[in-house]
Design a protein around this ligand. Structure first.
Ligand code: ADP
Ligand code: ZN
Ligand code: ZN
Length: 719
């Protein structure tokens, strides 16, 4: 008699699915989550394939797990992801597989008033009885809160029989959004765009839409209409956001439009809650999820729309484990599910722009700000022509403009994309520079914390009193500015003004940061000094001036996307100005006012920038006109890393259209004590990069000892 064989993919760094015999009494379907023996233990896996045939000597599947089945589309997504990133298929699966932990169901208990009167009456007890007088059943917590008493008061009343307990039905995992709840009145332009977006929703196959609108144009309202359309069609919606933990404003706007906030998915959500959401997404009970990139792998049952907000953001690229780009994977998932994909941005990635030009994406444009508001007027401050006071980073021209803005009761933002006080500390006596002991990087002074910190590995040490090298006292100098130093300068130049520094170092975590962002929006501060954290997404209605302290900061890096990134971040941050009633302006301090990025920003001619950038990338064969893969070889010893990287380069096949560059020591030569070498593979667009790499890697020497080689397809970081 023939047995059934199940090929089971296990969520570990394994590429092949293992075969198991299916016991006769076990009904299995592809996509089922099962328990199987692996070595000496049992592990969870997913049935990737089923077949009939021999295999009597195979180990048997131990059993089925009560978890949602993976749909064919989702399994294809993991296969695709592994194929594209060259990660083992099991590692790809691990990104999305969630097995409910066995936990005792804690029944929710409700309480209700009885006829019985408590023996002893107190003020607190009276408040409880009054709050419960309507005879409704409430949870203990709700009743205690309503009566402003502690839980023990409720317990006392239960003991005396004045309240009785009942089992409560479980809370729904997410509330149902109502597409007709609070539709905003759209501007003519928004209406036009919304109509186009909604129409596209019914195309077969549904398209990828690039929704491009200047900052403040009201893109969110436009894609909300697509969300409504999807809900009306009974479909689920996924909204990806780069920094979901900080988007309180977004959740409020969503609730304003649909009556309830969306289900939120990110690493800060408790694992119990995530388990419930995961299951609710699989049954279709959860209709809209707003999440970080990992939400991409949720088991949607009826996915109709994926929105990628701020699609140009680098936060969408996962930089460890499986190196995937969530925007690109969203497009893949959309195809597999037959879902519409909307990529929204004021400053789209060149990749998406080129895809639109090539006709692969449909481009919908909102060229003007909502409500007749104008774009901020942007001017460059040429630092070659300014006389900077010694030790200052705010030019007189900028200081004057800030003064003027504050005098009118408006807000100003000073932007510097550098955390801490100073990026370098050195000794004036012996020229010793403070470097991280684990990385080839300078330690950044954080003066509030009185510490020197490594931004790459987290190493932290107390700012020394005397030089570590020569022992001189009072000889340490802070070189260059970080936001904390600007804050110090601000207190000197604008005494008595309320200012706040906002960066990811902000103490108190996301919760406090959200509160402070709301305080800024409410006008409780005059001046904000911030990193890129404040550059995006936020609406500060009283902000009319944005000062960029060092526009050149990102331009010097060896990153092929340096210009694009700088353009995007400057465009976003200057776009914070003038979003309220009053028009805004931006002043940009630079040493190179004629640099194409600065010139395009000042002229407001984004089209020209994209054109020139596209031309330059095309000439250099860089993405999206060519393909790139990085290989980072690292090891505990420099020699071992270098030797392995060289060994790899030696067995690379020459092939027309393929260039293998390096190995070269990485710009960050050591991170966490590991020495790093980089190889870069650049191919023409027509070349099958994955195929080439697979073939090459199969012939490479095996990495042994501490040596690791990491593949990064379409790298976003070049450090
Ligand atoms: P973008 O994301 O394009 O930068 P937003 O969607 O944040 O722009 O919109 C900018 C501002 O305009 C927000 O404060 C938003 O509430 C407001 N807004 C946009 N469209 C409308 C509308 N149709 N009705 C009322 N307010 C709107
Ligand atoms: Zn370090
Ligand atoms: Zn010294």
């Amino acid at each position: 008699m023939s047995t059934r064989i199940a090929d089971v993919l296990i969520p570990l760094a394994l590429d092949t699915a293992y075969s198991y015999r299916v016991p006769e009494d076990l009904g299995l379907v592809e996509g089922d989550v099962v328990v199987v023996p692996l070595g000496t233990r049992e592990t969870v896996g997913v049935v990737w394939g089923l077949s009939e045939g021999g295999g009597a000597n195979l180990k048997a599947v131990s059993g089925k797990v009560d978890a949602s089945r993976l749909s064919p589309a989702l399994r294809k997504l993991f296969d695709w992801l592994a194929w594209y990133t060259l990660a083992p298929r099991g590692s790809a699966l691990a990104l999305g597989l969630r097995v409910p932990e066995p936990r005792p169901e804690v029944p929710r208990v409700g309480v209700r008033l009885t006829e019985r009167v408590p023996v002893r009456m107190t003020a607190a007890r009276r408040r409880v009885l009054e709050a419960a007088a309507d005879g409704l059943t409430r949870s203990k917590r709700e009743l205690a809160d309503a009566a402003a008493v502690s839980a023990s008061v409720i317990d006392g009343l239960i003991d005396e029989g004045a309240l009785e307990t009942l089992a409560l039905a479980a809370d729904p995992v997410a509330k149902i959004p109502d597409p007709g709840f609070g539709q905003a009145e759209l501007s003519e332009q928004q209406h036009e765009a919304a109509r186009a977006v909604c129409a596209a929703f019914h195309d077969a196959p549904p398209p990828v839409i690039l929704l491009e609108g200047v900052t403040g144009s009201g893109k969110t309202e436009v894609y909300f209409e697509a969300v409504a359309e999807a809900l009306r069609a009974g479909k689920q919606v996924l909204i990806l956001m780069p920094e979901i933990a900080l988007t309180a404003q977004f959740l409020e706007r969503f609730a304003g439009r649909f009556g309830v906030p969306p289900a939120v998915w990110h690493s800060g959500v408790s694992s119990r809650r995530r388990e419930r959401l995961h299951a609710g997404v699989a049954t279709g009970e959860v209709q809209v999820v707003a999440g970080a990139r990992s939400a991409l792998f949720l088991p949607f049952e009826q996915l109709g729309l994926i929105v990628v907000d701020e699609e140009h953001e680098t936060a969408y690229k996962q930089e460890d484990g499986v190196h995937y780009h969530a925007r690109d994977m969203a497009v893949v998932r959309g195809k597999l599910e037959g879902a519409t994909v909307i990529l929204a941005s004021a400053t789209p990635s060149l990749e998406s722009r080129v895809n639109a030009t090539r006709g692969r994406y449909r481009r919908i444009v909102l060229p003007e700000r909502f409500g007749g508001r104008t774009m901020p007027e942007i001017r460059a401050i040429d630092l070659k022509r300014e006389t900077m006071p010694r030790g200052r980073f705010i030019s007189p021209t900028l200081a004057f403009a800030v003064e003027d803005t504050l005098a009118r009761g408006e807000q100003a933002l000073l932007f510097l994309n550098r955390r801490g006080y100073a990026p370098l500390t050195l000794c004036r006596a012996c020229a010793y520079r403070y470097e991280c002991p684990n990385c080839s990087a300078w330690l950044v002074e954080h003066r509030f914390r009185r510490a020197l910190v490594c931004h790459h590995c987290g190493h932290i040490e107390r700012t020394p009193e005397a030089c570590r090298s020569c022992g001189s006292v009072d000889s340490l100098v802070s070189c260059g500015p970080g936001v904390e130093r600007i804050a110090e300068e601000v207190t000197e130049i604008f005494p008595g003004r309320r200012s706040i520094v906002l960066s990811s170092d902000f103490p108190g975590g996301a919760e406090r940061l959200r509160a402070e962002l709301a305080a800024v929006a409410a006008g409780e501060f005059d001046l904000v000094i911030g990193t890129q954290l404040v550059a995006k997404g936020h609406n500060f209605p009283f902000m009319t001036l944005v000062g960029v302290l060092d526009a050149d900061l990102g331009l010097a890096s060896g990153d092929p996307r340096a210009s694009e990134r700088t353009f995007q971040v400057l465009q976003q941050v200057t776009g914070r100005a003038g979003r309220g009633e009053k028009p805004g302006r931006a002043l940009v301090q630079t040493w190179q006012p004629t640099h194409p990025v600065i010139a395009a920003l000042v002229s407001g001619d984004a089209e020209r920038f994209y054109r020139e950038e596209a031309r330059a990338r095309e000439a250099a064969g860089l993405p999206p006109f060519g393909r790139l893969a990085a290989i980072v070889v690292s090891a505990a010893e420099r020699e071992a890393a270098e030797a392995h990287a060289r060994g790899m380069a030696q067995v690379a096949h020459p092939l027309p259209g393929v260039m293998v560059l390096g190995p070269a020591e990485a710009p960050l030569a050591v991170i966490r004590g590991r020495h790093r070498f980089r190889l870069l593979v650049r191919t023409e667009r027509e070349v099958d990069l994955q195929c080439y790499l697979r073939d090459w890697l199969a012939r490479c020497p095996k990495a042994c000892g501490s040596v690791r080689a990491i593949i990064d397809i379409d790298p976003q970081s070049f450090l």
